[in-house]
Design a protein around this ligand. Structure first.
Ligand SMILES: CC(C)(COP(=O)(O)OP(=O)(O)OC[C@H]1O[C@@H](n2cnc3c(N)ncnc32)[C@H](O)[C@@H]1OP(=O)(O)O)[C@@H](O)C(=O)NCCC(=O)NCCS
Length: 165
């Protein structure tokens, strides 16, 4: 399967919304209450979320559409935070557990992608998840990230420094 990551644009955003509505829970793809289901309001919030962040005139993060054989199957985000640039990823249910998450993040870490104001060389690359998210922990460990437990089930992860930039 051909996996690639494309920088988010308006066309990619439309594809991403279709994928999210068809195959992911709102709370997996944007700040939404656990158990929320897709409706017109949440669709609008999804678009506004990305237009106010990666697609804003002064972006606060970078986002890529994960494509498998050309189809949008998820998103990768990179957001500056206090401990470094934080990676976030979600995939549609049908795409999970097939190596696509690892392939997508490896592309992000590969040459060229991280040039720019967010994701500058030398900035630590981190991730946050929870002890309950076995898939995210599996992905992080497969990528060589070192995980550390925090409070209330939180887990922070740090990628090997030579992976960034
Ligand atoms: C987390 C997520 C992005 C992982 O991507 P994925 O494509 O499913 O993961 P991969 O298939 O690439 O697997 C990567 C590693 O994690 C392991 N893994 C994947 N799913 C797993 C699961 N449910 N339980 C335990 N390990 C798992 C794989 O075995 C693999 O390890 P290996 O290389 O040692 O075999 C995906 O499951 C997802 O979108 N989940 C919902 C959204 C989410 O939770 N995002 C993370 C928020 S912090």
């Amino acid at each position: 399967m051909d996996v690639r990551i494309d920088p988010l644009d308006e066309r990619g955003l439309a594809d991403l919304l279709d994928a999210a509505v068809a195959g992911a829970d709102p709370a997996e793809v944007l700040p939404a209450a656990a158990g929320a289901t897709w409706d017109d309001g949440l669709r609008a919030r999804f678009l506004a979320f990305h237009r106010g962040r990666a697609l804003a005139p002064d972006p606060v993060e970078r986002t890529w559409v994960v494509r498998a054989d050309g189809d949008a199957v998820g998103a990768l985000r990179l957001e500056p935070g206090p401990d470094g640039d934080e990676v976030g990823i979600w995939l549609v249910r049908d795409a999970r557990g097939r190596g696509l998450g690892a392939a997508a993040v490896r592309q992000l870490l590969g040459p060229g992608q991280l040039a720019g104001p967010v994701g500058a060389a030398g900035t630590p690359l981190v991730a946050r998840t929870t002890t309950a998210n076995r898939a995210a922990l599996g992905l992080l460990r497969a990528l060589g990230a070192v995980t550390a437990p925090g409070t209330d089930g939180a887990v922070t992860a740090r990628f090997p420094s030579d992976d960034h930039g």
